[in-house]
Design a protein around this ligand. Sequence first.
Ligand code: BEZ
Length: 244
Amino acid sequence: MEELKEITLASMPRIGDKAPEFRAVTTQGNIHFPNDYQGSWVILFSHPADFTPVCTSEFMTFASLESKFNEANCELVGLSIDGLYSHIAWLRTIKEKIEYKGMKNVEVKFPLIEDITMEVANKYGMIQPGEDNTKAVRAVFFIDPHGIIRTIIYYPLSLGRNFDEIYRVVIALQTADKFSVATPADWQPGDEVIVPPAGSCGVAKDRMENTDEDVHCYDWFFCTKKIEKEEILNAILKKEELSH
Ligand code: BEZ
């Protein structure tokens, strides 16, 4: 059996924690995180290194989707374990040379953090020594407008992220906040949402007797209601974007 690698426990922010603060140099100037993003959702995502194929495919995809995330009041911030000049060279190569799945001349307008010292990556538990000692895993932190971490997804080095899922998480978190509901398995806007569980025997009884015709109960603890896709998107997407 392969010998177990000795693991040094690094700090790992958790869901519900305040996003650890840092100042960093990026391809768009200096940032003070998460303070500069107060009032917006922000996705902080990490890459193992520049000039690597999976990362390039992901970076092009994220850059192509940036306006869609921005419409949902969500900013993007990338991190890669390389220096600023390498970042600039990589982004120039992407724009000037790479055509991939119909994406070309892709300009990355969101900040890419220089983290050659791995200081930020270590703060966010992005270095996972069982996977690699010097390359960040593919982490995705979803941070709300108050700077609180709301969802974390980790992928290993060999697995490119699913961007439909990343967008779905942003919309589902905002839907949960705006409508005080939860979202069931594989939820998409327009599907039924889950109403808060009955908090008293009286409410449980009412629910089972169908006193609210908008609410459908599978059992007293599992009740759903419909919120139209349009209502959700109207509540979430920036108004000026909806008119296009
Ligand atoms: C990549 O992005 O292609 C990659 C980076 C590090 C390890 C393996 C793959």
